[in-house]
Design a binder for this molecule. Sequence first.
Ligand code: NAD
Length: 287
Amino acid sequence: MTAIVLDGAAVARDIYAQLKERVAALSQMDVRPGLAAVHAGDNPASKIYLRNKVKACNAAGIHSELHPLAADCQPGVLLATLEKLNRNPRVHGILVQLPLPSHLDTALVAKAVAPEKDVDGLTWHNVGALIAGHPLFEPCTPGAVITLLERAGIAIEGREAVVVGRSAIVGKPMALMLTSRGATVTVCHSKTMDLGRHTRRADILVAAAGRPRLITADMVMPGAAVIDVGINRVAGQGITGDVDFARVREVAGWITPVPGGVGPMTVAMVIANTVRAAERSAAARAA
Ligand code: NAD
């Protein structure tokens, strides 16, 4: 079997085309969706991700603005920036590029961004709402995985799903979102014994460990959907995922490439959430 390759870049382009129609409808009400990105420090990978997000804003016709902060900025400076953006009516979505410099606690951001502008879905308010089943926004990377599965017509309800990774931004919300859609979910992590014993049971396998080629062909059930969230920079090999793509594609039913799979879709989810935030704000104004 050779797997169907899920082209995240193509699905993302399709999403931007659909968003343009919603952006045009908002402009009839004099509303232009706006995304503000805050970047503390000068992490080169973060700069590339932010450049992609600005390009995506342009593709969807939405306003974007970048707020760079010094690598050694004080927590108060970050908080003041977020408070200002929370109050700015032109800004509907706020994105804080992670990771933050080590002296800044991610919890600051998780508590300070206004929930209605939290297009990344990572504030504690939205995480709690996700657990309760009523999120204002679903976190973007797990949202990208769900959208790729749904667009490919891959059933989630009733399926065995295995998530490798339990981080607050990917693994944990991924497990919640698969559970809420009716999958039976196993979460594996760095302390899991015999990872393959779990992954081999998966109809849907999501790899989000940040370990190059952790998932090998013998760890995959024939016909499974294998979604690779990992982005690993390996010297001499460029960017690779967590899945041994060349071999696993011979076993799986569906597979995402890295790059070109979950990455571009994550960006599309940020933009889609920003448009949704602007629609909610316009509806509240009109009410
Ligand atoms: P993280 O380091 O916070 O978490 C990694 C998780 O993997 C941990 O829970 C850890 O227990 C688990 N893990 C590590 N080694 C393991 C092993 N050998 N076996 C099983 N589990 C193991 O990372 P993160 O922020 O969740 O990101 C994970 C990966 O996804 C990274 O490569 C990151 O760059 C990538 N990522 C991609 C996108 C995207 O848009 N495509 C977005 C966010 C993160």
